[in-house]
Design a protein around this ligand. Structure first.
Ligand SMILES: C[S@@+](CC[C@H](N)C(=O)[O-])C[C@H]1O[C@@H](n2cnc3c(N)ncnc32)[C@H](O)[C@@H]1O
Length: 274
């Protein structure tokens, strides 16, 4: 019985490995591919026909993966764009605004790693609100990059990231994690009317570049409820890639005559009092 089960598992493992290869060849080792690989890996080891794999065979397979050049895709890696204290701060903001009227928005959500983390926090703390996740799901838009290059003296090649993405993959990641409150919206924030989100209690604004942040801040602030918080990522003037976020945040706070507050090295904070 154990031997038969192991054979079935080996067949499954072979299929899963083939699937890794196709995925890897087509997409390259994007973060999403990594997530898919991890998903398949978990299936191949732990969920084959409802039976656990023979532990000795599982260990041999895992050792093979450990010794392969793809090791980094099979073993846990830190999956977040934020440090643990930064994630803790974002959770604290959600906690502090739990009784503030309005939904939560993440403007710039990429593959959903922070979305999953923050929604798991909401689940654990019994916080039930709509959560909007907005992204092009295709990386930066040409006009935003043009502003970085022509007006802010940056090199175009700095802004090729985040292109390997799809709204369908993001939605699948939410479903895979049992998250149902998130509504994804595929849009360029320069074109999208963010005030259509109606009322917000908390927003993470994480679109990296000057132009989309400057435009978004005005609309997000307009619909932020009293007591609500907006956090802008990348407010770090020493970061040559993303210092447009810092510039947009500082200009906005100066226009509003509000004092700037940047915590955990790069999180710009806006709290609306009235
Ligand atoms: C740093 S990533 C977001 C990371 C995400 N918040 C997380 O922590 O997992 C920045 C995202 O902003 C998106 N983005 C950049 N410019 C945008 C624009 N004009 N409109 C919508 N999304 C944009 C990119 O596609 C990218 O996915």
């Amino acid at each position: 019985m154990a031997i038969g089960g192991a054979k079935n598992n080996l067949t499954f493992q072979t299929r899963a490995t083939a699937c890794f290869s196709v995925c890897f060849d087509r997409c390259g080792p994007s973060e999403h591919t990594v997530l898919q690989m991890r998903g398949h890996l978990k299936v191949s080891f732990f969920a084959t026909g409802g039976k656990a794999m023979n532990p000795r065979i599982a260990k041999i397979l895992k050792e093979t993966q450990f010794n392969s050049p793809l090791r980094r895709y099979f073993f846990p890696r830190y999956a977040y764009n934020f440090t643990p204290p930064q994630l803790g701060f974002l959770c604290q903001c959600i906690e502090d605004t739990r009784d503030v009227d309005g939904a939560i928005a993440e403007v710039g959500c990429f593959d959903g790693s922070a979305t999953v983390f923050l929604n798991k926090y909401m689940d654990a703390k019994g916080i039930e609100k709509d959560y909007f996740a907005i992204d092009t799901f295709a990386g930066f838009v040409a006009e935003d990059v043009r502003v970085e290059v022509d007006d802010r003296g940056k090199n175009r090649s700095m802004y090729n990231g985040f292109q390997s993405n799809k709204q369908k993959w993001f939605d699948g990641t939410m479903a895979q994690n049992g998250i149902t409150r998130v509504r994804s919206i595929q849009a360029d924030v320069n074109e999208y009317d963010l005030t259509s989100l109606k009322k917000l209690s908390f927003c993470l604004l994480d679109v990296d570049l000057y132009r989309p942040i400057k435009k978004s801040l005005h609309e997000l602030y307009e619909i932020l409820s009293p007591g609500g918080i907006i956090v802008i990522d990348d407010c770090d003037p020493s970061n040559a890639f993303w210092d447009g976020a810092d510039q947009a945040y500082k200009e906005f706070m100066d226009e509003k005559n509000e004092s700037r507050r940047i915590v955990h090295n790069k999180l710009g904070v806006i709290r609306k009092i009235h």
